[in-house]
Write a protein that binds this ligand. Structure first.
Ligand SMILES: *Cc1c(COP(=O)(O)O)cnc(C)c1O
Length: 395
């Protein structure tokens, strides 16, 4: 049975390793989050916004040309069609309602690809709440359109200029901000990472993905369960959402796809499940890329949403226990798969999502297998990258 325990652990992974200054905030959240989110009034408001504002349910689309190519039945869970273009909005809608109920008047967030920043800025605009987004200076450059969107939505984007100037550094800055503003501020974490109760809370908000998959598959195929679910894993929130209601169905293979950058052992990678060892990062015990003496190894991936040196504790547990299978995909494999999907199905995926699709080349199937790929986001934000590499992939 895969479930979080009272102290916030999945097996040996999770917990809340936090500075004393944050204790009141985290403890307040921990004590109330399940009760608050299960209240009928909360659920009513959450469900209404998911339907009318986000545009859910997101379709489950039978990809016929892809199915023909891979000789299996392949469905795409279309999180790319959500308002703001990815799954991230499911979580930010949930958390802004949580923040309101906790009486918070100021929101902070961290962002890598900018998708979580945009999703946070969006719900803050919706609720008329002040929003500050921390983003690595390098990411600000490579995800310029999303930076503009956040500013357009009224958020303040603050660059993180330490370390690799990417997601982990933005996270450090956000935590520092929260320590300094514990009273009025809620920190909207963008994935199933961070101290308990964040990983569980975010997984619950994202679990709407697999909740819908169940009845949609039943409608399409006559059974609720696919044979495999494929999702890319940065921190692991779209994967957690796509797996959630299948975690304890051993017949459903869970495939977690990580970014191998220039190659798993190239020194430029973000393949945490292969390279990671047990340690603590951003408040939870999990697998992370670190040197022998505990220094974080700078992760690398062409996709800004996947270059994180850790993975959420749920995924560390799923991989360590053998429940999920990890597949690593290089930059070039992801790019090739993005061009392929665009031409096969007329869908330009986010670069993160392209990693999930590339895993289709590395799996074995039976002809009657039903496979769901979580199409976590659309590729508009990555067009510059796609165009830059375009020639190299035209054969
Ligand atoms: C942020 C992002 C990811 C990675 O984050 P997870 O928490 O692992 O889901 C994947 N795909 C897209 C489109 C994203 O924006």
């Amino acid at each position: 049975m895969i479930a979080i325990d009272e102290r916030g652990y999945y097996g040996e992974f999770g917990g809340a390793y936090i500075p004393e200054m944050l204790y009141p905030n985290i403890e307040e959240l921990r004590r109330h989050y399940v009760q608050l989110m299960e209240e009928p009034a909360f659920q009513r408001e959450f469900r209404q916004l998911l339907k009318d504002y986000v545009g859910r349910p997101s379709p489950l689309y039978l990809a016929e040309r892809l199915s023909e190519h891979y000789k299996a039945t392949i469905y795409l869970k279309r999180e790319d069609l959500n308002h703001t273009g990815a799954h991230k909005i499911n979580n930010t809608v949930g958390q802004i309602l949580m923040a309101k109920r906790l009486g918070k008047t100021r929101i902070i967030a961290e962002t890598g690809a900018g998708q979580h920043g945009v999703a946070t800025a969006t719900v803050c605009a919706l609720m008329g709440i002040r929003c500050i987004v921390y983003m690595g200076a390098v990411d600000i450059k490579r995800q310029a359109p999303n930076v503009s969107r956040m500013r357009m939505l009224g958020a303040e984007v603050r660059p993180a200029t330490s370390g690799s100037q990417t997601l982990k550094d933005a996270t450090n800055e956000a935590i520092r901000d929260w320590i300094n503003n514990p009273e009025d501020t809620h920190y909207i974490i963008g994935s199933v990472v961070g101290p308990h109760p964040y990983p569980d809370m975010v997984a619950r908000f994202q679990s709407v993905i697999s909740e819908e998959m169940k009845w949609q598959l039943e409608e399409h195929t006559g059974r609720e369960n696919p044979d495999a679910i494929i999702a890319c894993v940065g921190g692991g929130s779209n994967a957690a959402g796509a797996y959630y209601h299948y975690l304890n169905d051993a017949g459903v293979r869970l495939i977690a796809v990580e970014a191998a950058g220039h190659g798993i052992h190239s020194g430029e990678s973000a393949a945490t499940s292969v390279l990671g060892t047990k340690g603590i990062i951003h408040g939870s015990r999990t697998l992370l890329m670190q040197t022998r003496d505990g220094q974080i190894i700078e992760p690398y991936s062409l996709s800004a949403g996947l270059d994180y040196p850790g993975i959420g504790p749920l995924h560390a547990h799923l991989i360590a226990s053998g429940r999920a299978e990890a597949i690593s995909i290089t930059d070039d494999e992801a790019l090739a798969s993005a061009y392929f999907l665009s031409r096969k199905e007329g869908i330009i995926p986010a670069l993160e999502t392209a990693h999930a699709f590339a895993a289709l080349d590395k799996m074995e199937y039976r002809p009657d297998d039903v496979i769901v790929v979580c199409l976590s986001g659309r590729g508009d934000k990555d067009l510059d990258t796609y165009i830059r590499h375009f020639e190299r992939f035209q054969k």
